[in-house]
Design a protein around this ligand. Structure first.
Ligand code: KG4
Ligand code: ZN
Length: 348
């Protein structure tokens, strides 16, 4: 197995990659649909599916061209088939099946979250994981759709230690941004404004932070921030915008770092990964690195291009599975949820 083509269409990003041995990314090309969904203040599944249909084939051509790989060098096709929006998954899955059949190469369906957790191992001209980084590690996948902590003792084994019981952290950022009129998705805007604000200006709740399990909750924070915004006049909101953002962001980051630290102490593992779109957050990165240094932990945050939804991470997961002898028949279906067998642990 040398190179594989990978397709990711589980949510609103259309992405295609050509990935080779040891996770080398020959190319990764993506189309972001934020502009199409922004007027609706969130992802509209129908629009996402329709756009994937338009974007996918040109992106496949582009990915092969950039990788300078002819079809004859592509030995498998990996596709996210779970979890995700059904209409979005179907576009990638049907395309991958057609390629598999037409080229006579194996098809492998990948769990999107396995992709996120393996992202630190990707490599390209500008990035390589630290030489001594390897399993086992504690993984925090934090995005608009997921906020979950994992123990990853070895490739293919993913133990769910805890997860949000309600909103994902990115979703909380987005809803808060919306209440301030910052548009959608607003996480990055909150991050920017927070740089100018005082994180102690408003006291927002850090739910469950003193409890000794690893679950998380952001709905109390979301409601508390919403009530605070509603209690202020438009003028007060304007003058306090950066303080509101900084205080809200600090509450989320406190919870995420607390959980990561608790998990690391419980497992006594000296390696950790933060991945997913929210790992773009500058305060989370800063606090994560501070914590890691204090705790003597090797923390890897993959470059942003491999943290946000992308096909390269799907390609690497697919490559490992194909190398291990796994492949799927053409009746492989999409699934909105992970398979129970994808994860181990009480919290899956
Ligand atoms: O992984 P991703 O691209 O897509 C999925 O949700 O799967 O993550 C997008 C999420 C959005 O909720 C967005 O607001 C959030 O990541 N995000 C951020 C930042 N950049 C993106 N949240 C906080 N600070 C940021 N700098
Ligand atoms: Zn994702």
């Amino acid at each position: 197995m040398k190179q594989i083509l990978a397709i990711e269409t589980s949510c609103d990003d259309t992405s295609v990659a050509v990935v080779g041995l040891r996770g080398y990314v020959h190319s990764v090309v993506s189309m972001n649909q934020d502009k199409a969904h922004a007027p609706f203040g969130g992802i509209v599944p129908e629009i996402a599916g329709r756009n994937h249909t338009e974007f996918l084939l040109p992106l496949i051509e582009q990915a092969l061209e950039q990788a300078q790989q002819p079809w004859s060098e592509i030995h498998g096709v990996a596709v996210t088939n779970r979890p995700g929006l059904i209409g979005s998954l179907i576009v990638g899955l049907v395309t991958a099946k057609s390629i598999s059949q037409a080229r006579g190469i194996p098809l492998i369906g990948v769990n999107h979250l396995e992709g996120h957790l393996l992202a630190p191992f990707l490599r390209d001209q500008d990035y390589a994981p630290p030489e001594d980084f390897d399993f086992p590690y504690v993984g925090l996948a934090v995005s608009g759709g997921h906020t979950t902590l994992y123990h990853v003792p070895q490739w293919g084994r993913y133990e769910v230690l805890g997860a949000t019981l309600d909103d994902a952290a990115g979703e909380a950022f987005d809803k808060f941004a919306k209440s301030l009129g910052l548009g959608w998705p607003g996480g990055a805007k909150v991050d920017q404004l927070a740089k100018l604000g005082d994180a102690k200006a408003f006291d927002f709740p850090r739910s469950m932070i003193h409890e000794d399990h690893l679950q998380m909750s952001f709905s109390g924070l979301k409601s508390s921030a919403q009530r605070k915004v509603e209690s202020l006049s438009p003028q007060e909101i304007e003058t306090n915008k950066s303080h509101l953002c900084a205080s809200f962001q600090e509450a989320i980051v406190d919870v995420l770092i607390d959980r990561l630290s608790k998990a690391q102490k419980m497992l006594k593992i000296k390696k950790a990964v933060i991945t997913g779109g929210v790992s773009a957050n500058s305060r989370l990165r800063e606090r994560g690195l501070q914590w890691a240094e204090r705790a003597g932990v090797q923390l890897v945050i993959p470059p942003l291009r491999y943290c946000t939804d992308n096909a390269a991470m799907i390609g690497y997961a697919g490559l490992l599975r194909l190398q291990a002898g796994e492949s799927h028949a053409l009746n492989l279906g999409p699934s909105p949820a992970s398979y129970p067998s994808d994860f181990v642990g009480e919290n899956r």
